[in-house]
Structure formats: structure tokens, C-alpha cells
Design a binder for this molecule. Structure first.
Ligand code: ADP
Ligand code: MG
Length: 907
């Protein structure tokens, strides 16, 4: 349903016109539409309709009109529009996009935001579009029968102000010929508006009509002097003087007094000219990268102002750089160039393969040094870990081709550094669109570490170490600023002595223990899914369970498998971890040891005969024994063999089997877990799956509601819990020091996430005491990874919201980001679903809900990703926009002319 009131009132439903009965109905609806999504008091409506002397039957007539309207409107689609009784009167709830009056205001706001930053072309397009919605005076049919609400006059004032802004923008881009007629007509109708007069003078002067320009000045001056006894203001007088003197500045001076160059836009990052020129490319780029959004409407808005040539955005990002120095063959100056080239090709292929596998991009090579980047296209929370894994893999591959006593020179070495860079999508034509430019000091840090690295060593910077500590063991380097050596990959085990003290999850732990008792009592498998965001404490809960299984019953065996976040050569990695733990083998054990343990265990469980012979071939690949690629999909025989092995193990001793991060496991692994639960023999086994709440339905949760399965959702800790956790992580307090309070600003940054508490505490301990704490790397990488799961448009809207901080609404964001209101609202809804923003319960003037950030750090990270220049341009747009909104509100209702009574109230 569409409501048009900028002219005669028209209501259409799917392009069929809806007729209203009589003037009262029209007037009631007209008034409610002007105040859509606000409560209008009955007394206010009565006064609008009948002035100070309403007839005795006025209330009744109003009620009848409302009832009639409801029949015509609500009946069609109550979701689109509904007329509610809302003390002390009525509330017309309607999507502002369906009312031309609000569309006009939204468009005007956007256009003015462009004007405020000197984006004349975009401003002119938007303002023209808004003005185009007017078909005549506001509610012309009501005005004709004598309705004279102050709102009508205010609206006309607003229309003229938008016309003036539009003319200003059009004059600035040399459209003086086009605007003259419209300005002349408007100035004739509103001769007291000095700005209008000034714009007309300017247009006439630029068309070579100096005499006409001076004539229009005299007309306005006469009206002002005659009617108000005032002279025109300073600006208009100055303009007259300049015209008389043929002042050359007139060619460059827009009527509002703003100096503009006739070059249509600044050619910097924030310039709309570039955006317009790049519009087509931007759309192509978006399509090529599979962005899931329709191209923005309208050329002026075709590209967000901060976009580069390939449609991606210039962004500050934290990335991990991997530098590898390697040579194949003897290397050195004596090597034959053809051999060197051959060796180089081999190393390049190996580097590319490993970098690809761990999700990085190979950026280039300089001599025998290769550079790869992790996190440029999209941040993942484990970019640093991936880079180190790639480094280790490349080192091992290259080293494996060299004799053990190879000279230091050809021996491979690598360095990983993590830090902030500016990522600029490549602009050069013909340049591979996938290789953006990257600049930042972290590249130098990487080079320094690479130079310090000993043969076969992988060196990392401190940020990389902090972000990958869970996966690797590090040794400090002896050199100053020498970073850390990666000495080993951590074994997959639950922590024996987890720190910090366990907070607030007693209930969840008790539920898991109750399930254990159940498993023992009923001797049947149970599945528990532990679901929560990264860092909320899923693994810790599992570790606490491991520590206390002994309290429930003796003899439980506890095994755990992790899901890698990068592709591995088998989907059954977590199961392989579990099997290896049951065999009691480590990564470092030789194949002979593993084979021996496998034979021994299987024979112990099923006996030496045929049963063992059937199981062994299926277990060998999981134990890491079969050379070559391990099984991709599981055959029914393999599934049956694995299940049998686990059942026998559980029969021997009750079993707790944990699969960590199962949400990112590949389908065959998930299918195996489902199959296990569905078909396992009655044996005592508790399967715990941890997972993040991905999309709407996390995969391990699909079991929810099935027999023998339980889902535990881990919510954030309470503020008091977070404060306690933080205090316990900090050095003991000195005498007289206050313990941390739940209202401490850091508690808000932590947002109930224990991992964030651990990281902030580390930053507090290690950082200088008197400075503000920057977002710790591990926290930032989690948030950055979440932001990079968003479609590009939604992420841009979130960044715009970060400019405002708190309490943003769609209109404000549309104005600052140069996007359509509808598009912004769609993104806001998805950002709320993704738990980035939440509604704060207030509603803006346009009836749009206002939003706040759910977590302070999300705002910090989103803000920090915008380049300085973009940030400051957006800040000034936001400031101008807020100013304009205030100015519009500044005319208090009481000072507007009073309503005249409706001349002929008709039923
Ligand atoms: N309830 C808790 N009390 C104290 N520390 C916790 C708690 N939950 C988690 N932690 C700590 O927070 C960090 C992250 O927890 P972790 O269990 O690894 O999160 P997840 O597995 O959900 O990503 C770990 O250092 C862990 O010890
Ligand atoms: Mg975990």
C-alpha cells in the first residue's frame, strides 16, 4: 500500500486506488500520516479538524471516521499499516517508505549529507529525486476546502529549503541554465526568502543576465522594506555589490557563500567523482566476488565513497605476513642459472600449495625470499596460526629434499609477523584483481625476523606468539627484538591445571556430570552439545569435566579430538585424534611404535582372530599409518569398524569422548557422530561436541529434541563474574587499592567473554600503566573475523554506525554512508540477527528503531578498520547531518501559526 500526500491525497494498493468516504476520513488520515508512527492525542485531532469550537458530535464523528479507515486499511494488510488506539489517542503505524512525505525527508537528508561534504553531483541527484515526489501543495485537496494546519506551512518551507539546497548543488556543477525557471517561479511565490533570491541572482548572472539579476534583488529588497521595514541581509547585499562590480569570484562562489571549485569533486579517497567513475567497475567487482547484495540503486550512490577500483574497500586490517627464505639444490653464486630456475619453480610450487592450503595468498618473490599474506581478503581468527603452520610445512618440505648436513645457506627458514596494514585493492589496469597493495611496518618486522632466523627455524613476532599460543610451544630468542622461535606443535590434550579460577558455570558442569551418571546407569550413549561464541568457555567447561569425572565414578576414560580450521587431508581429523589417544600414541611416535600399539590395543579389545583383521585396515589410516591421502568419505564398512572399536573401548572402561569445534567439521565427520549416536550398542559413552552458534542452526545442535541428546548454550558471564575473573588475573592488590568493580569500563569491553578477560588482563599487566589499553590482538582477531563474515554492505553500515557510536537509526546511517534507506534497514536487521547491534527501545523521528552496539569492542574494531581519511570525512558528514536534523527540529511547535477550523466538516 502506498500513501501519497505531497499533492492531492492518493492511496493505492497494488496500483489500485482506494477511495475514502468523505472529508473527515480524509482529514483524519491526512493528519495521522503527517504524524505517522507517533501517538496523536484525540484532543489534538479534534482541534486539527474543528478548531477550538468542535461540534457536540465531534468525538462520535471522529470515532466513525477511524472505524471507516480501519475497514479500508487494516483489512488489507495489517503488517503494512495499522491504525491503533493508543492512549491518549491514536497511532498510525506505517512503514515510512510507503509514505511519500517521509521518503522526501529521507532523500533530502541524504542529499544534504552529500552537500555537506561537497559532493555536488550526488547531492543534486538525491535532492532532485526528493523534490520530484511533490505533485502539488501538501494535502492539496484538504487545503482547498480550508484546512490550514501549521504542518502544511512548515512542509512548504521544507520543500523550499530543499529546492534551495538542490539549486546550490546544481549551480556548483554549472547547471545555471537549468535552474533559472524553477528558481524564478519559487522566488516569485516566496519573495521574502533571501537565499532563494541570491541563488536566482547567481543563476541569472552566470547566464549573462546581469540586469535581471539586479532586478530580482530590487524586488526582494522592496518586499522586505515594505512589509518588514528591513534591509536585505549582509550576504545578499554583498552579492549585489559583486554583481555590480563583475567580481571574478562569482564564477567560483556558490550562493550560500561556500567557496567551491568548479572541478566537480576532490579527487581523493572520499571523492564522489571517483566513486561515480568507478561505479561500473565496483558493481562488476562485487559480482565477481560473489557479493550477495544487489547493486546499489542510482549512479550517485553506485559506490560507497571509500571503494577502490575493483569494488573492494580500502581498509586497515591486521594480517599475518609469512616470509620464507629457501633454495633448492646447493644455491649460492656458483649454481648454474638453469638449475637455479628449476629449483625456484619447485620451491614456488611448494610454497603456493601450503599457503593455499592454510588459506593465505602468495604475494610475490624477491630472489630466494617468498612473501605470503594471511587475512588480507578476509580475516580469520586464526590467521597467525595458519601462517605459522604454513611456515612449518614449507620448511619441512624443503628440508626433506636436502641432506641432513646441508650447509646453512640453502637451508630453509621462515618468519611470521602480525600487525596492522593498509590494504588497497589494486588499481592498475591489467593487474591481477586478487593482489591488493599492502603497506605497513609489519613487513619490515617480518624481514628483520627472517634475517635473524637460524637455518630451519621459524621465528615469530610477539603478536603472532600471543595469537597462536594455543597451538605451538615457543622459545624466547636471545637477540634483542629477536621475537620467538617456534619449538613444537602442542599435543592435543585437555589442560590438567587450567587457569584462571573457574567462574559461574557450576550449573552447566553439574548437567554434564548428571549425564555421566545417566550414561553409567543406563549404559547407553548420550550426546551433549556445548554451544557458544569463541572464547565463551566451551573448552574450559570440558576441561573442568575432565578434572572431575573421577568424582562421578572411577575408571572413566577421557579422550578428545579437535577440528582443524583449515582443510586437512581427511575429514575425520577429530576422530583420528580420539583413536590415537585411545591407542596412547603421540605425534612424535614412529610408525613402528604406532603399528605395535594399534595391534596390541585391537587384540586386547576384540581378541586376536578375524574380528581384529576386519578392524585393522580401517583403523590404520586414522592412526596415521597408511601412506598417501587418507580416506575422504567414510564407507559403511569403515563406519562400522570405527563404531565397533569405540564400543569395545567403552565396554572396557566407560568413555567420555569430546569432539571440539564440530561446527567447522566436514560433513562425513558429522555424519559419523550422528551414526554413532543412532546405532551404537548399549555401552556407557558420553559424547560431548563443542560448537559455535553458526547460522541459524548449528549442525551438532540438529540433535536437539532427539532422544539421548542435550544442548547447553553458554551465555556470556555476568558483569560481576567478569570483574571477578579480571581481578583474579591481575597482580594482587596493594594496600588501599580498590578491587575491580563490575562498573569498570573494561568489564564492558569484556562483554562477559572469559577469553577477552584473559587477554585484557594480559594487556593490563604487560602494557604501560598510564595509557589506555588497546584492543588485545586475540580479541581483535576474533571480532575482525566475525566482521569479515558479513556481506560487504552490512559491514560498511556497521562501520558507519561506529562513527556515531551509540543510538543510530537507518536515516542517519543512510545519510552518512550515501546508501538508500531501505538498503540500510535491511542491513540493520541482519546486523541485529548476527548480534552486532541491538535495538535500544527508542524510536527516531522517522519511526525507525534506534540501535546500539552489543559490545564495545565490536565498535572499536569496526572503527579502527576505516582509513583515517574515510573516518574524518564520515565524521564531518555525520556532524553536518546532526546539525541539520537539529535545525529542522528547532522551530518549536508552539511558535507555528495556529490551526484554522475546518470550514465545512462533512461526514
Ligand atoms: N567459566 C570460566 N571461568 C574462568 N575462566 C574461563 C571460564 N571459561 C573460560 N575461561 C577461560 O577463558 C579462555 C577461553 O575459554 P575457552 O574455553 O577456550 O573458550 P571456547 O572454547 O569457548 O572458545 C580460557 O583461558 C579459559 O580458561
Ligand atoms: Mg574452544
Amino acid at each position: 500500500m502506498q500513501f501519497r500526500i505531497l499533492g492531492t491525497m492518493e492511496i493505492t494498493d497494488q496500483s489500485r486506488s482506494i477511495q475514502l468516504r468523505g472529508m473527515t476520513q480524509r482529514a483524519v488520515l491526512g493528519y495521522l500520516l503527517l504524524h505517522a508512527n507517533e501517538t496523536v492525542a484525540t484532543s489534538q485531532l479534534l482541534r486539527a479538524l474543528w478548531g477550538d469550537k468542535p461540534p457536540i458530535t465531534a468525538r462520535k464523528m471522529l470515532q466513525n471516521a477511524v472505524a471507516g479507515l480501519r475497514r479500508r486499511l487494516d483489512a488489507r494488510d495489517a503488517r503494512q499499516v495499522s491504525l491503533l488506539t493508543h492512549a491518549p489517542g491514536y497511532l498510525l503505524r506505517v512503514d515510512p517508505e510507503r509514505v511519500d512525505w517521509f521518503r522526501f525527508r529521507g532523500g533530502a537528508e541524504q542529499g544534504r549529507a552529500e552537500l555537506a561534504v561537497g559532493a555536488w553531483g550526488a547531492a543534486a541527484t538525491l535532492l532532485r529525486e526528493a523534490l520530484g515526489l511533490w505533485r502539488g501543495p501538501l494535502l492539496a485537496d484538504l487545503a482547498e476546502v480550508g484546512v490550514d494546519w501549521p504542518e502544511l506551512a512548515t512542509a512548504e518551507g521544507m520543500r523550499l529549503a530543499v529546492l534551495e539546497d538542490c539549486a546550490e548543488a546544481e549551480l556548483a556543477i554549472g547547471r545555471h541554465h537549468e535552474v533559472i525557471d524553477e528558481l524564478a517561479a519559487a522566488a516569485e511565490a516566496a519573495p521574502r526568502r533571501e537565499r532563494l533570491c541570491g541563488l536566482l541572482m547567481m543563476a541569472l548572472y552566470r547566464c549573462g543576465r546581469q540586469a535581471d539579476a539586479l532586478e530580482s534583488y530590487r524586488r526582494t529588497r522592496t518586499v522586505l522594506v515594505d512589509e518588514l521595514g528591513l534591509d536585505p541581509g549582509h550576504e545578499l547585499r554583498e552579492l549585489e555589490r559583486s554583481i555590480l562590480n563583475h567580481d571574478p569570484s562569482l564564477a567560483l562562489l556558490a550562493a550560500g557563500g561556500t567557496a567551491v571549485s568548479l572541478r566537480s569533486a576532490p579527487a581523493d579517497l572520499t571523492g564522489p567523482a571517483e566513486a561515480a567513475a568507478d561505479g561500473a567497475d565496483a558493481r562488476q567487482g562485487a559480482a565477481a566476488q560473489g557479493a550477495d547484495e544487489p547493486p546499489p540503486q542510482g549512479d550517485a550512490r553506485a559506490a560507497g565513497s571509500e571503494r577502490g577500483a575493483c569494488g573492494a574497500t580500502v581498509e586497515r586490517k591486521w594480517v599475518s605476513v609469512l616470509l620464507v627464505r629457501a633454495q633448492e639444490g646447493e644455491g649460492g653464486e656458483a649454481q648454474d642459472p638453469e638449475d637455479a630456475a628449476e629449483g625456484m619453480r619447485w620451491v614456488t610450487a611448494a610454497v603456493r600449495e601450503e599457503v593455499d592450503r592454510y588459506g593465505g595468498v602468495l604475494h610475490g618473490r624477491m630472489g630466494s625470499v617468498w612473501l605470503a599474506l594471511f587475512g588480507v581478503e578476509r580475516n580469520r581468527e586464526d590467521d597467525a596460526q595458519r601462517a605459522v603452520r604454513a611456515a612449518l610445512a614449507i620448511r619441512d618440505r624443503v628440508a626433506a629434499r636436502q641432506p641432513a648436513d646441508a650447509l646453512p645457506e640453502p637451508a630453509p627458514r621462515a618468519a611470521v609477523a602480525t600487525g596492522e596494514v593498509l590494504v588497497t585493492p589494486s588499481r592498475e589496469p591489467g593487474h591481477d584483481a586478487g593482489t591488493p597493495e599492502v603497506a605497513g611496518g609489519v613487513l619490515d618486522v617480518g624481514m628483520r625476523l627472517l634475517m635473524l632466523a637460524a637455518p630451519r627455524e621459524v621465528r615469530v613476532c610477539d603478536a603472532t606468539r600471543q595469537m597462536s599460543e594455543a597451538a605451538f610451544v615457543h622459545g624466547a630468542s636471545a637477540q634483542p627484538m629477536g621475537g620467538w622461535r617456534v619449538t613444537a606443535i602442542r599435543e592435543c590434550r585437555v589442560a590438567d591445571q587450567p587457569t584462571p579460577p573457574f567462574v559461574e558455570r557450576e550449573r552447566e558442569l553439574e548437567i554434564l556430570r548428571a549425564l555421566l551418571r545417566d550414561v553409567l546407569r543406563r549404559r547407553r550413549p548420550q550426546l551433549a552439545a556445548v554451544v557458544g561464541e569463541a572464547g565463551v568457555g566451551k573448552s574450559r567447561l570440558v576441561a573442568e569435566l575432565a578434572l572431575t569425572v573421577g568424582d562421578v565414578a572411577d575408571g572413566f576414560r577421557f579422550v578428545l579430538g579437535r577440528t582443524a580450521s583449515f582443510p586437512t587431508n581427511t575429514p575425520f581429523g577429530p576422530l583420528a585424534d580420539v583413536v590415537r589417544s585411545l591407542l596412547g600414541v603421540r605425534h612424535t611416535d614412529s610408525p613402528t611404535v604406532v603399528e605395535e600399539r594399534l595391534l596390541h590395543t585391537v587384540r586386547r579389545l576384540v581378541g586376536p582372530g578375524e574380528a581384529a583383521a576386519r578392524l585393522l585396515p580401517h583403523l590404520r589410516p586414522l592412526a596415521g599409518l597408511t601412506p598417501g591421502p587418507r580416506p575422504r568419505g567414510g564407507t559403511p564398512e569403515a563406519f562400522a569398524a570405527w563404531r565397533r572399536f569405540l564400543e569395545e573401548a567403552a565396554t572396557e572402561r566407560p568413555l567420555v569422548m569430546v569432539f571440539e569445534d564440530l561446527d567447522r567439521a566436514e560433513t562425513p565427520m558429522i555424519e559419523f557422530v550422528q551414526e554413532l549416536i543412532a546405532n551404537a550398542r548399549p555401552v556407557p559413552v558420553l559424547i560431548v561436541a563443542t560448537a559455535r552458534p553458526v547460522q541459524s542452526q548449528p549442525r551438532p545442535c540438529r540433535h536437539a529434541g532427539f532422544r539421548d541428546s542435550t544442548t547447553l548454550l553458554l551465555d556470556p558471564l555476568s558483569d560481576a563474574g567478569a570483574a571477578f575473573l579480571l581481578s583474579s588475573l591481575l597482580p594482587p592488590l596493594g594496600p588501599g587499592e580498590q578491587p575491580l568493580d563490575a562498573r569498570h569500563p573494561l568489564v564492558a569491553s569484556i562483554g562477559g567473554n572469559p577469553l577477552f578477560a584473559v587477554e585484557y588482563a594480559r594487556a593490563l599487566r604487560d602494557g604501560p600503566a598510564d595509557r589506555e589499553i588497546p584492543t588485545p590482538p586475540a580479541v581483535r582477531s576474533i571480532i575482525a573475523a566475525r566482521l569479515d563474515t558479513l556481506p560487504r554492505g552490512a559491514k560498511a553500515v556497521l562501520q558507519d554506525a561506529a562513527i556515531f557510536g551509540a543510538s543510530v537509526d537507518a536515516v542517519a546511517l543512510a545519510a552518512v554512508g550515501g546508501r538508500s534507506w531501505i538498503e540500510v534497514r535491511r542491513h540493520l536487521e541482519s546486523l541485529e540477527r548476527g548480534e552486532f547491534l541491538r535495538r535500544n527501545g527508542r524510536v527516531s523521528v522517522t519511526g525507525d528503531p534506534e540501535y546500539d552496539f552489543q559490545q564495545v569492542v565490536v565498535r572499536e574494531v569496526a572503527y579502527a578498520q576505516m582509513p583515517r581519511e574515510v573516518r574524518s570525512a564520515k565524521h564531518s558528514r555525520a556532524a553536518r547531518w546532526l546539525e541539520m536534523r537539529e535545525a529542522e527540529r528547532a522551530v518549536p511547535r508552539a511558535h507555528r501559526p495556529r490551526a484554522a477550523p475546518l470550514a465545512a466538516p462533512a461526514g
